[in-house]
Write a protein that binds this ligand. Sequence first.
Ligand code: VGL
Ligand code: ZN
Length: 211
Amino acid sequence: MHPNAALILVDVQPDFMPGGALACHEGDAIVPGIDRLLRRGLFRQSVATQDWHPRGHVSFASVHEGYRPFQQIELYGHPQTLWPDHCVQGTPGAALHPGIDWSPVDLILRKGNRPDVDSYSAFHENHGPDDQRPSTGLAGWLRARGVSEIYAVGLAREVCVLWTVQDALMAGFRAHLVWDLTRPVTPQSDETTRATLERLGVAIVESAALC
Ligand code: VGL
Ligand code: ZN
């Protein structure tokens, strides 16, 4: 039991899994373990994020003439990776994965709905035209419910999961990443991701050790 902890389930959506628009390596392998973890009810609160883009979103390579997915541009003074069209609002690929019973989840937070700003983390949008990273309100929501630490699972390990644990730390939460319940877009990024987490003081844990 983790009486002061929240489970954050990041972007567990078909578009981030094999066959999806922006597939993570073995992205579907985390589905049974996440379903089991949710059913165990170990956490004070649980929050799911859902990547939820309008058609023609600024992060889609298809709207930047001459660019292809996975190339980088500068957007509002910050690097922006261009992605294949993914998680378009209302499409099956954007659904919360049907292999998980989502009924125990306390909050579902949709992100990336602003056409001109991307949004990786559960806590803040990415930089916008005014150079701010607007808060989603999640830190306050968690604090108001007595949460002081978070455990992150989901996709993608080196993108939205990593940004979420980084922002959690910045907001004053103890942060854990459940390694076996995350998968990366690019497996070659794992070494850098681990080093970053260790440097920041994020605990890397395995789901089998949670009790
Ligand atoms: C994500 C790229 C674009 C993620 C979302 O969930 O990690 N990655 N949108
Ligand atoms: Zn996205």
